[in-house]
Design a protein around this ligand. Structure first.
Ligand code: NAD
Length: 482
């Protein structure tokens, strides 16, 4: 069982305003429910208007949002475009372009036994949904689920993370300006607010964050049998063999690992490779890190910072006693932790006992492909598994012999950019998946609709009393169907 990497929220002095907001939560949910029940959110035109409003919100306030991301995570604006603002805009465009066809009722064949009849599924919104977001991609992980929820015709209550306070405040302000607050609203705050929110009845809870809180969410959902999506984390391994260009591997792994200072749920967590390949990869990783962030990454504006002091202390603590290839230096005042590579890391080292969620890349050596696969399968099912190998046989082994939310060959994290692929975990890395049409499916109920005409009443063949003739008919019919 892995130890939780979640940061502990700092003790905050609660203001009277915050206490009033907390007391108001049941009222906010009641208002959203009244709006949904009145049918405001259901029309297709309303949904498209909300998606366009969200697009305008992002385009018209890009500097403020980029500024908030800089304040919360020292996130470079170009990286913010790639992984946050631009990412959400692409999701909105994709959803607007396809929503009509995603919402179209789908005909399904009906069996002869009930002919003449027609059957179809009709997608209907669930109602009032709660979206709880984390701090590490505080724009993308707040807004992409909301795109799906609105496109599906729901009223939405969103709870951004208190650990990205600047981004949370910007969106609380902008949501009021761009959305109808009767149908879409933000509740800011931390554990007390989320605890109060979880006492309310929702029609779906969409939670992104760590597994400890995921369990709290699941327990709360039991009360009202509320369906949930849990987008969790865990250790995402990288396997490398000697059939690939290791220089490109070093670039791709360093890119996926050190983006957002390693605070990415799908970041490569650790490398699994043979000692011989590890010896070749180490100097390449050193070169690539210098290429990306210069000789002193502390001075690079392309490199982020650790979100808070608690996370910083946890991460620097993981370095104790480890053999550092590069990095390892840190500055508590600015929460800077250098891009760090560790060699020869033991499988039971503290850094291997939890999701790292920071810029530390341990290299763990294996003696064979079997050894690597056995190691991966002995742990929790990863959110993502990355394999660098040109061997078809090796790739096949990973496809059939491992289980993970996603399996990517040749590149980390990029599977999120493919809107047709489900994004989600399995086992300890989560339940449910979203992006593109799946987001609309998550926040909808596909209602079964059957229509059978009353004339002629062919059903009289199955009404009681069950005469000999009817019995023979039913048996004959069913036999033909099987
Ligand atoms: P976080 O601390 O911001 O927590 C997420 C949300 O849970 C916040 O809104 C917070 O207010 C709420 N919360 C915290 N404690 C709570 C409590 N006791 N009761 C109720 N609600 C509470 O973010 P985090 O959990 O530290 O995020 C990091 C984790 O999330 C990592 O494990 C990472 O892998 C995972 N993650 C997963 C994905 C994904 O898409 N699968 C994406 C990003 C992060």
């Amino acid at each position: 069982m892995s130890i939780d990497a979640s940061p502990v929220a700092p003790e905050t002095h609660r203001s009277a305003v915050a206490d009033a907001a907390l007391r108001d939560i049941p009222g906010v949910v009641t208002q959203l429910r009244a709006t949904f029940d009145a049918g405001l959110t259901k029309p297709y035109a309303w949904r498209i208007r909300q998606l366009k409003a969200l697009k305008a919100l992002l385009l018209e306030n890009t500097p403020a949002i980029e500024g908030a991301l800089l304040a919360d995570l020292a996130k470079n604006p170009a990286e913010a475009q790639l992984t946050e603002i631009g990412f959400v805009l692409a999701e909105i465009e994709h959803t607007i372009s396809n929503l009509k066809s995603w919402l179209r009722p789908k005909r399904v064949p009906s069996p002869l036994l009930i002919a003449p009849a027609s059957a179809k599924t009709v997608r209907e919104p669930l109602g009032v949904v709660l979206v709880i977001a984390p701090w590490n991609y505080p724009v993308q992980l707040l807004l992409v689920p909301i795109v799906g929820a609105l496109a599906a015709g729901n009223a939405v209550l969103a709870k951004p993370s208190e650990l990205a306070p600047a981004t949370s405040a910007v969106f609380a302000h902008l949501f009021e300006q761009y959305f109808d607050s009767r149908a879409v609203t933000i509740v800011e705050g931390g554990v007390p607010e989320t605890t109060e929110l979880l006492k309310q009845r929702f029609d779906h809870i969409f939670y992104t964050g760590n597994g400890r809180v995921g369990r709290i969410v699941m327990q709360a959902a039991v009360e009202n049998l509320t369906p949930i999506t849990l987008e969790l984390g865990g250790k995402s391994p990288v396997y490398v063999d000697d059939t690939v260009d290791l220089r490109v591997v070093a670039h791709r792994v360093a890119w996926g690992k050190f983006m957002n200072a390693g605070q990415t749920c799908v970041a490569p967590d650790y490398l699994l490779t043979t000692p011989a390949i590890a010896a070749k990869l180490e100097p390449l990783l050193v070169e690539v890190i210098a290429e990306f962030y210069g000789s002193n990454p502390a001075q690079s504006d392309s490199y982020g910072r650790i979100v808070n002091d608690g996370q910083f202390e946890r991460l620097t603590g993981l370095l104790a006693g480890e053999d550092v290839v590069t990095g390892g230096d840190s500055d508590a005042r600015t929460r800077y932790l250098a891009p760090t590579v560790l060699r020869g890391v033991s499988r039971d080292a503290p850094v291997m006992a939890q999701e790292i969620f920071g810029p530390i890349l341990p290299i763990v050596t294996v003696n064979s492909l079997d050894d690597a696969i056995a190691h991966i399968n002995a742990g929790d099912k990863p959110l993502a598994l990355y394999v660098f190998s040109d061997s078809k046989a090796v790739r096949r082994r990973f496809i059939t012999g491992t289980s993970s939310g996603a399996l990517a060959f040749g590149v980390p994290a990029a599977h999120l950019l493919v809107q047709g692929l489900p994004f989600g975990g399995v086992g300890a890395s989560g339940m449910g998946a979203y992006h593109g049409e799946r987001s609309v499916a998550v926040f909808s109920h596909d209602k079964a609709v059957l229509s059978k005409s009353l004339k002629p009443d062919t059903f009289n063949l199955v009404y009681p009393p069950f005469t000999h003739k009817k019995d023979a008919f039913i048996r004959g019919f069913l036999r033909k169907l099987t």
